[in-house]
Design a protein around this ligand. Sequence first.
Ligand code: MV4
Length: 492
Amino acid sequence: MKKILVANRGEIALRIMRSCREMGIKTVAVFSEADRKAPFVKYADEAVFIGTAPSSQSYLNGDKIIEVCKMVKADGIHPGYGFLSENSVFCSRVNKAGIIFIGPTPKSMQIMGDKLSAKAAAKKFNIPLVPGSEGSITDISEGKRISKKIGFPVLIKASAGGGGKGMRIVFEEKEFEQQMKSAISEAKSSFGNGDVFIEKYVSSPRHIEVQILADSYGNVVHLFERECSVQRRHQKVIEEAPSSVLTREIREQIGKSAVEVAKSCNYLNAGTVEFILDENKNFFFLEMNTRLQVEHPVTELITGVDLVKEQIRIAMGEKISFKQDELKIQGHAVEVRVYAEDPLNNFLPDIGKLETYRSPKGIGVRVDDGFEEGMDIPIYYDPMISKLITHGKDRDEAINRMIRAIDDYKISGVETTLGFCKFVLRHPAFTSGNFDTHFVQKFFNPQSLTSEDKDAEEIAALVSSWVYENENRKVLPINKIETSPSKWKKNR
Ligand code: MV4
């Protein structure tokens, strides 16, 4: 491949192009009206305007993107994450146009895109699954019978589901009918597919996912796990690798299971196999994400593998550049997602101009971002400003380095989730490793951010009056005087 079109925007477009450049491959950006001045557009060797700001008119317009690809004579398309990345129809069209889709085959995308067919494929390979119905349930009394057999509480899930849509917990039989009807209707309206199934509800799970790579020679490797248990309303907040709960034995088993899941659908390229872990550290396969994920950098930092380069090599028909037993976990990595959202106002997007934007630097710090100071964050897309990733020799070092990096991050003009992430990173439940997917719900309220601020302000006031009284108005050395605006309210 000599030229790759990146069918995405923001930080991930930039991140993909950087790897292309290192491989001597030319890059093409496609951009919407809202992204004219974005760094990924400037970074690309060529950039083509594809439409107005709404995604439906630009980044989701597959036919237009294929047309551009032919026009610029690109050999391949990298879809990034979101947008068209898991669209099997788009993937087929790309292939039919004689262009290489840098990702899986349409067939494996289809199998894994539907949770029921994904579970059916995995079952044949004896992968552990949460006890539940085998296929979709349409009959209320059959649903009740299965639920009683596996025991309440149960979870009704949409086969086409995502982001918690069409998911309902049922604690007792008398709620079942109503919850099943509401799950089906939500699944129909969200996905145009009302298929639902039943699983035993795992009440305090941890979310563990395994990165895999598969090449066209039948080699499948895993690159260990990421733990993404800290999430808010199905939006991941903090991701880390490795997980702090897995033993060497479980890590090996879950890695092997992930490889088997990939083999069960003849997977090709990079993918992520998602599991939940119960209180007794039993793991169960939930679903597979057939794309490069947002949180892939933590895996890159602990393995030293550039996942995008491997994706491109695999798409070119090359073998994975290493063997399973050559991989070793090197230290620990943590990622926080920095959103332009206001944690004090129910995480409402706080879009606007990045008046100040200075990212942290130094040893073990990686910032994957797509904005520059002075730019507006568009309202049309996800309000993620950047991903901040730190790497250290162990979990403590990675966490302390992250807290330092958060303190070094200077953003003004919009509210961000930096202070919220810092709250999580310092919480004893997080630092001890003893947490589950209910962390935010259990421990976070907006006061946890403001009260800390009040304490700091009060201490500052006391210290300054003490200095004034006791030092008898001694003049402070000039280099100790803070001339910039007060920092007390930053990164709360
Ligand atoms: C579950 C579960 C408990 N028991 N399945 C949520 C999204 C989808 N990927 C799977 N999800 C869950 N499935 C059973 N049988 C709890 C969740 C869940 C969850 C899982 C991982 C990370 C965050 C979560 C938040 C709420 C619920």
